[in-house]
Design a protein. Structure first.
Lengths: 172, 415
């Protein structure tokens, strides 16, 4: 069972995030009457904040009339939800069988070396973080990487570095 | 060879309604609505031998009959597009290249089940699949293939809701998927009752894999016998196999169910990468135990794989060459199941990390011959797990010990 490291349950909001909370409340209005929309509500929070802060959990519980513990339980069950601010580009590197024997460890190392970070650590400019994840269903692109939901592969160390260069160029 | 579920993949803009209709799309549904009763449909699909491509190979027509026979309403049809089994990516292709085919199959299932509501559930990572499936659902509503009085047929109404997952392999298990649809943690539920009687929201539910439903339209159009003849004996129809690992050309190939690994790897996959010797292969995803090259000519279908002590699984064939360490490969499998165990029951929650620890010990040269027996015993105890994840998690490890014992012994004896 994966215990996913995350921030403790204290406020992580920045000054000025009140507007984001208002934005979230507006988005949740559409989900109120839809049964079983907890995951979609958490996605909405993540879209607004880049992660799901404790205040969003409280708000989702209120708006969807659920116990806060249940919302928190759902949040911690699914690996695509973040509990601390996430990077603009989340680089999900597959660690499973087909990718592993096709060179995934070298790809993850090249990305981390180039960024100077460790897995799930966000770069100072807020642009990048790597994740080491279960099979992405991109095994024909082995070793595969997802940049948010964009598919990349097959990669090697060099292609991984040029992927980063391309993403940086997008930002320039 | 006639194609069933990948036939439209090469068409320009194959994922659009226009392209799908140009290829004869939604004509099977029209035939069903005009010429067949719900009983006719489930009987035909039963006769065709179509069985669940999600890996359990349950007879699809029978499932639909069970759902229709339950008096509770509304009844549901759910598409399982959670595909997360390592080495498996066939549903991704269908979702990206032919979402209408699966929707037409869903509508045929809905008619056979007298179902009025449906969900399409796709794993959270399949971004392009989400876009194209959602677009297809919109197009289908606009064209009157979804909604009220579908294709002008009085009394045939069907509403579909699109949902995405958020990263959790276990949610592919059908009852865990229902919990996820209901907005809960994706823990499995006890069976029985089975989904056909107590599914999503406690109502009768036909849950089917993307590929299973995608086969239905062609069966309606061409008949049961046609579909039977595409396969090998009792293994009827085709299967989307996919190749990865140390193979020259990874990719998806729709072939008769019961094609051999030799044909798949050498005729379609270009052989082993760099022409190296084959050490073994997994027949169907991480849950399946690997087989050695002596089994290359066994047909990849459920019965013969069971006879060899493994499973057909998802048809995600992973190729190992002589550079792959089978102890490390087993360790990878164990790590996957440790990560993905939902933690709900003890044999799996405790067993999966134990498998990892024992394999780590062996890999670090600290294992003993007793550890090999321990892996067997631990695996046997995990058979009491609550759901299929824990019941299968140890199979690839035990299978590796049996088929590649010399490699484990080499670590233990320091060779
Ligand atoms: C751990 C586990 C994971 C599963 N994952 C999937 C999956 O990703 N997709 C799928 O279609 N079936 C999956 N299944 C099988 C489903 O429970 C179910 O049998 C299937 O969706 C039924 O559809 P079918 O009869 O068309 O195959 C999984 C089963 C288990 C035990
Ligand atoms: S077997 Fe594993 S995945 Fe299944 S219920 Fe038990 S802990 Fe969860
Ligand atoms: S094993 Fe890496 S994407 Fe499937």
């Amino acid at each position: 069972m994966a215990i996913h490291a995350g921030a403790p349950r204290r406020s992580t909001l920045a000054p000025g995030d009140q507007a984001k909370l208002d934005d979230l409340r507006a988005r949740l209005a559409d989900l109120k009457d839809e049964p079983g929309a907890t995951l979609e509500a958490l996605y909405a929070a993540q879209e607004v904040f880049s992660y799901v802060p404790p205040e969003a959990v409280t708000m989702i519980a209120e708006e969807l009339s659920l116990p806060e513990s249940e919302v928190f339980g759902v949040l911690t069950f699914y690996t695509m939800f973040h509990r601390k601010p996430s990077a603009k580009y989340v680089l999900r590197v597959c660690r499973d069988l087909s990718c592993h024997i096709s060179g995934a460890p070298a790809v993850l190392k090249a990305l981390n070396d180039e960024l100077g970070t460790r897995v799930t650590e966000v770069t100072e400019d807020g642009l990048f973080e790597t994740e080491s994840v279960s099979c992405l269903g991109l095994c024909d692109l082995q070793p595969a990487v997802m940049v948010n939901l964009e598919q990349h592969g097959p990669l090697d160390a060099e292609k991984a570095r040029s992927l980063l260069a391309d993403l940086r160029a997008r930002e320039a | 060879m006639e194609l069933v579920v990948t036939k439209n993949f090469g068409n320009p803009q194959s994922w659009t309604l226009e392209s799908y209709r140009n290829a004869g799309g939604y004509q099977a549904l029209e035939k069903v609505l005009n010429e067949m009763t719900p009983e006719d449909v489930s009987e035909l699909v039963k006769e065709s031998g179509l069985s669940g491509r999600g890996g359990a190979f349950f007879p699809t027509g029978l499932k639909w009959q069970f759902v229709r026979s339950d008096p509770k309403t509304p009844r549901y049809v759910v598409i399982n597009g959670d595909e997360s089994e390592p080495g498996t990516y066939v549903n991704r292709y269908s979702l990206e290249l032919d979402p209408h085919l699966m929707l037409e199959g869903m509508l045929i299932a809905a008619y056979a089940c007298n179902a009025t509501l449906g969900y399409v559930y796709i794993r959270g990572e399949y971004g392009l699949g989400h876009e194209r499936t959602q677009a297809a659902i919109r197009e289908a509503y606009e064209a009157g293939y979804l909604g009220q009085r579908i294709m002008g047929k009085d009394g045939f109404d069907f509403e579909v809701t699109f949902r995405r997952g958020a990263g959790a392999y276990i949610v592919g298990e059908e009852t865990a998927l229902f919990n996820s649809l209901e907005g809960k943690r994706g823990n499995p539920r006890y069976k029985p009752p089975f989904p056909t009687n107590v599914g999503v929201w406690g109502l009768p539910t036909a849950i089917n894999n993307v590929e299973t439903l995608s086969a239905a339209p062609a069966i309606i159009e061409n008949g049961a016998e046609w579909f039977q003849n595409l396969g090998h004996g009792e293994a009827t129809g085709t299967k989307m196999y996919c190749l990865s690992g140390r193979v020259a050309k990874p990719g998806v190939h729709e072939l008769p169910l019961g094609t051999t690994a030799r044909e798949l790897i050498y005729d379609y996959g270009g052989g082993v990468l760099d022409g190296r010797p084959l050490k073994g292969f997994k027949p169907g995803g991480a849950s399946s135990a690997a087989l050695g090259p002596e089994h290359l000519d066994a047909p990849l279908e459920p019965r013969s794989m069971a006879e060899l002590g493994t499973i057909m699984g998802t048809g995600g064939v992973v190729v190992y060459d002589d550079t792959v360490c089978m102890v490390d490969a087993a360790y990878r499998d164990a790590l996957f199941f440790e990560e993905e165990s939902c933690g709900f029951c003890i044999p799996c929650r405790e067993g999966t990390p134990n498998l990892v620890q024992i394999l780590e010990r062996i890999l670090h040269g600290q294992g003993t011959m007793d550890d090999l027996d321990l892996l067997e015993d631990l695996g046997a105890s995990m058979m009491s797990s609550f759901c299929g994840l824990g019941q299968f998690a140890h199979q690839p490890v035990r299978g590796a010990v049996r088929a590649f014992r010399d490699e484990f012994e080499a670590y233990i004896l320091g060779r």
